[in-house]
Design a protein around this ligand. Structure first.
Ligand code: ADP
Ligand code: MG
Length: 292
């Protein structure tokens, strides 16, 4: 394409709320074969709410909720806000946590009222040597409903299973349909558990799911998908997505996401949703005279 065509295409993109930070991205997108998408905050609102909570024998619900919300009050993960809000709605006053730690891709922990409290994914509990088997049936049901199960341990004893659910953005289904219409495959990459991820992917008609991916694993997943499918665009919003955005042929950040993601991206979608992705690909094809 001529430099003028690229300039016109970039300008048209800006009008559509698609900011090309690198001219190369506009040229590459026409060849994209697969779009890999982060789940939380990209396909979904990124504002999960607490939907379920079951406590183990010997634990009292309000006390457990207060303990875990006290820890989550220090976390910036979207899950954390869901739990803190739920405690707030029940009028629970949160104790001050001490020695807060966040274990990336796993969960969080702190000492609350002299008790050690751990909150996180099943793999986090397993890493602590805790068996989550007593909640197996509940976890299965929650996952099949597209909810994300989490576990809490107090003083090294499994205390509760809680679930959060994150609504799918209303614009997501049409964007996925448009990508399929352009002949692309859509893959979802998430740190969330496999059953939940599959339930959401099925609902959305997503072609491939890679779940329970640790933050450093997102980049490796991108590498593998590129090798299998060819030219790949990745769409994400989080700090965790930055390496994957850099590894993709075209990294696309959701404009309502983190600054870190936007800095790592080749394209920023000002609409704050996935709809800009098929538009950007269509624009690339039109600009480079490659409409198939
Ligand atoms: P994602 O946002 O795609 O789920 P993350 O790597 O941020 O990926 O988190 C992976 C998983 O680790 C979460 O799905 C959750 O199970 C657990 N986790 C992370 N942070 C927290 C937190 N603050 N509280 C509870 N669980 C957490
Ligand atoms: Mg995200």
């Amino acid at each position: 394409a001529t430099p003028v065509a690229i300039m016109v295409g970039t300008g048209r993109g800006a009008e559509l709320g698609i900011l090309f930070r690198k001219g190369e991205a506009l040229q590459l997108l026409k060849d994209a074969k697969i779009v890999a998408v982060d789940k939380t905050g990209t396909l979904t609102e990124g504002r999960p709410a607490l939907t379920d909570m079951d406590v183990a024998d010997g634990f009292e619900r309000t006390h457990v909720l207060a303990q875990i919300a006290a820890v989550e009050a220090r976390s910036e993960h979207p899950i954390a806000r869901a739990i803190v809000d739920a405690a707030g709605q029940e009028g629970i006053v949160l104790p001050e946590p001490a020695r807060f730690e966040s274990i990336t891709g796993m969960g969080v922990r702190a000492v609350v009222d002299g008790q050690r409290v751990d909150v996180g994914a099943d793999r986090y509990m397993r890493s602590l040597g805790l068996d989550v088997g007593i909640f197996a049936q509940t976890a299965e049901r929650l996952g099949s409903e597209g909810k994300s199960p989490l576990y809490a341990a107090i003083e090294g004893r499994l205390a509760a299973i809680v679930a959060v659910a994150d609504p799918i953005k209303p614009t997501t289904p049409a964007a996925i349909a448009a990508l399929h219409g352009l002949g692309l495959k859509v893959a979802m990459i998430t740190g969330d558990n496999a059953r939940t991820a599959r339930a959401i992917a099925t609902r959305l008609g997503i072609d491939e799911v890679v779940a329970e991916v640790l933050p450093e694993g997102k980049m490796q997943t991108i590498r593998r998908l590129k090798a299998e499918h060819g030219c790949l665009a990745f769409v994400g919003d989080g700090i965790n997505d930055a390496p994957a955005l850099a590894e993709a042929d075209v990294g696309m950040a959701i404009g309502t996401g983190t600054d870190v993601a936007m800095e790592a991206a080749d394209v920023v979608l000002m609409s704050g949703n996935l709809q800009g992705v098929p538009s950007a690909i269509a624009l690339s094809k039109a600009t480079l005279g490659n409409i198939r």
